[in-house]
Design a protein around this ligand. Structure first.
Ligand code: PHE
Ligand code: CO
Length: 285
């Protein structure tokens, strides 16, 4: 198994079932693992107020997972009744089609291993802290939960159509690095941001990155960087906008975009609705 950059993945895939799931084996975590979790959680929880969207904050309280590495079973007992989602344990990144099939069936794959203490601030591959802290609270929101399932279904289709690269950009700029315009100002719902000690402040407060109104086709033709803070964030008005904009069949969109040169991660186009820090862009007449 190799990751996006072709390097070997660090999880143990030897015991994985054909759908790439494993048992979490919670008893195998050491006291040092739990301690690292508590420290990661403590820092991130202190940054969430004022940065995360209210849906995320509310679900964090419901999950109550700060004291130790969470047991997936215990969270599933809360998540199932809330939105009919379940977490499944995986050794790390899984093949695209496997990932889409889990999502399409309302199963969210969560990596079992935790980073090393020296990776406290930065990790290349997603670990349990990213997957859990970043993604799981959002699965408690009914509209967002439906969006992720629809994304999984769309992924299976994109796989057949050879359009995964375009669809992956949508996941990146929404599920991982999305911003949302709330009555209290811009906030984030993106897991890659919410699990990051640095980017959670940067994405909202730095004057450097572009913040641009959500535009599905624009996003699907914009490249992204995986090893630095993002140069551009896309802003949704609410989760319903995201769900509705992505409801149509993407087949003609893929056709239209296929031959086009993608935009650079830093590009700002004349047609973009640009947000200035904390404020909504003037609505075009
Ligand atoms: N409607 C999309 C399609 O037909 C599927 C999709 C839904 C993709 C939600 C992404 C997010 O391909
Ligand atoms: Co993620």
């Amino acid at each position: 198994m190799t990751g996006e950059t072709g390097h070997a993945l660090r999880g143990d895939y030897s015991r994985a079932r054909p759908d790439c799931t494993v048992d979490q084996d919670w008893e195998a975590y050491t006291e040092a693992d739990h301690d690292l979790w508590r420290r990661l959680y403590g820092r991130q929880a202190s940054l969430v107020p004022g940065h995360a969207c209210e849906e995320f904050i509310a679900a964090m309280d419901v999950c109550d997972f700060g004291a130790a590495i969470p047991r997936f079973d215990a969270i599933n007992a809360k998540l199932g009744p809330a939105t009919r989602w379940q977490l499944v344990a995986v050794p790390g990144l899984v093949p695209d089609l496997t990932f889409f099939e889990h999502l399409a069936n309302r199963r969210f794959p969560v990596t079992v291993w935790i980073r090393k203490p020296e990776e406290f601030d930065y990790i290349v591959e997603p670990d349990i802290f990213h997957d859990f802290f970043g993604h799981v609270p959002m699965l408690f929101d009914p509209v967002f939960a439906d969006y992720i399932q629809a994304y999984g279904r769309g992924g299976i289709k994109a796989h057949e159509l050879g359009a995964i690269e375009m669809l992956a950009r949508l996941y990146w700029y929404t599920v991982e690095f999305g911003l949302i315009d709330t009555p209290r100002g811009l906030r984030t719902y993106g897991a890659g941001i919410l699990s990051s000690g640095g980017e959670i402040g940067y994405c909202l407060e730095s004057p450097n990155p572009n913040r641009i109104g959500f535009d599905l086709l624009r996003i699907m033709q914009t490249r992204y960087k995986i090893d630095t803070f993002q140069e551009t964030y896309f802003v949704i008005r609410d989760f319903r906008q995201l769900f509705d904009a992505t409801a149509p069949d993407f087949t003609p969109y893929y056709e239209a975009l296929r031959g086009r040169e993608p935009h650079a991660p830093s590009a700002v186009l004349a047609t973009d609705r640009v947000y200035h820090r904390g404020t909504s862009p003037a609505r075009a007449a």
